[in-house]
Ligand binder design. Structure first.
Ligand code: SF4
Length: 374
């Protein structure tokens, strides 16, 4: 796919990043991995901390007051994040998603958003700049995020019922504040808004229809509600297959009350299968990593809070780009390392889930979601 190959010998920094394959790839914007998947989306985790303790991501028993979160000094600065983002854009990235932990906990995040909003694709187009939040701080911050250049937002909300919501975030946080945050995001124009609900059978699956009714009635087409299959991310959430409610059943339940029609994907690599309400009442989506894997066109890379590049949500290890940033390497060298890492990528965990091949580093712990974002 037109990559320019540079012999490794010219570059000393292979030692700094032992995981970089034996050759480097300069940015041409046409980069493909071993399965021919382009590099299109970059998810940037700006903090590993969160003010919630959702059991499927950060169970309280593990992430308690003794848990050692990353020290400030190890976090990438806003300048480092922006520099790296620019190099990913040179390789073809057109979409940036800010994640965490809870990204709105990172101080002065608006400054980073303004820096990223100023980036342009090699063709001069602005990037698609979005953010995923648990909504706890959204009512207070929505206007400032919008003013800084954020275009749209995704809010995680696992239940409408206050008791269930408080139990699922496990810090007794009231659902009303998140709903107010979504209203405020709409008011300031951070749309289209997506609301993501992780569905866990026996925990909140009876909230599927109340959620669908609420967002239909209250927001019509202005909010897209997406239902995410409960995943075996990380190594701490005690995942069991019998707690997964397949997306097909979610669609069936909703269609029984609100007839649905399938929609085409809005972009290559889109994670959600889209459905529209036949009566024009808006759209929903299902994200089915467990029962209908979508690795075939996965074009997402993830950057951890301390500058490691991860090629899959279920990866065991990352590639340390911070060592290059702080090791005095220039943009061309770092971009070439990114290219080489992506080009050697063949991750497809969800397709292979349950097979030995899915876990080449069996015995090694999968990276935690609060550390690289969803
Ligand atoms: S399992 Fe990994 S390769 Fe597959 S879609 Fe998810 S992030 Fe992409």
């Amino acid at each position: 796919m037109g990559e320019k190959i540079i012999p490794l010998a010219d570059h000393r920094y292979a030692a700094a990043v032992p995981t970089v394959p034996g050759r480097l790839v300069a940015p041409t914007g046409l980069l493909g991995d071993r399965l021919g998947r382009p590099l299109h989306d970059l998810r940037i985790s700006v903090t590993d901390r969160c003010n919630f303790r959702c059991s499927y991501c950060m169970p309280k028993e593990v992430f308690d007051k003794h848990y050692a979160f990353l020290p400030q000094t190890s976090l990438l600065s806003f300048e480092e994040i922006t520099r790296l983002a620019g190099l990913f854009v040179a390789h073809g990235v057109e979409k940036l998603r800010l994640t965490g932990g809870e990204p709105l906990l990172r101080k002065n995040l608006e400054a980073l958003i303004a820096m990223l909003a100023a980036l342009r694709t090699p063709g001069g187009r602005p990037l698609d700049l979005t953010l995923t939040t648990n909504g706890s701080l959204l009512q207070r911050k929505a206007q400032a995020l919008k003013d800084a250049g954020l275009q749209r937002i995704t809010v995680s909300l696992d239940a409408l019922d206050d008791t269930i919501f408080r139990r699922m975030n496990d810090v007794d946080f009231p659902v009303g504040e998140v709903l107010d945050g979504i209203e405020e995001a709409r008011r300031v124009g951070l749309g289209p808004i997506k609301v993501n609900m992780v569905v866990k059978r026996g925990t909140n699956d009876h909230e599927i229809l109340p959620m669908a009714r609420h967002f239909r009635e209250r927001f019509g087409g202005q909010v897209v509600l997406r239902f995410i299959e409960y995943m075996d991310v990380g190594a701490t959430n005690g995942w069991r297959m019998n707690e997964v409610l397949p997306s097909a059943e979610v669609v069936q339940r909703i269609a029984a009350e609100f007839p649905l029609e399938p929609l085409e994907a809005s972009a290559p690599g889109e994670t959600a299968q889209r459905w529209r309400y036949a009566d024009g009442g808006g759209e929903i989506g299902v994200i089915s990593s467990v029962t209908q894997a979508f690795c075939r066109d996965c074009n997402r890379a993830r950057l951890s809070t301390e500058g490691k590049l991860f090629l899959c949500l279920f990866a065991h290890h990352g590639h340390d780009l911070r060592a290059l940033l702080r090791g005095g390497y220039d943009d061309a060298q770092i971009a070439a390392a990114i290219g080489a890492v992506w080009q050697a990528r063949d991750d497809r965990y969800s397709e292979l889930r349950g097979q030995q091949a899915a876990d080449p580093g069996s015995g090694q712990r999968r990276v935690e979601m609060h550390y690289i974002g969803g």
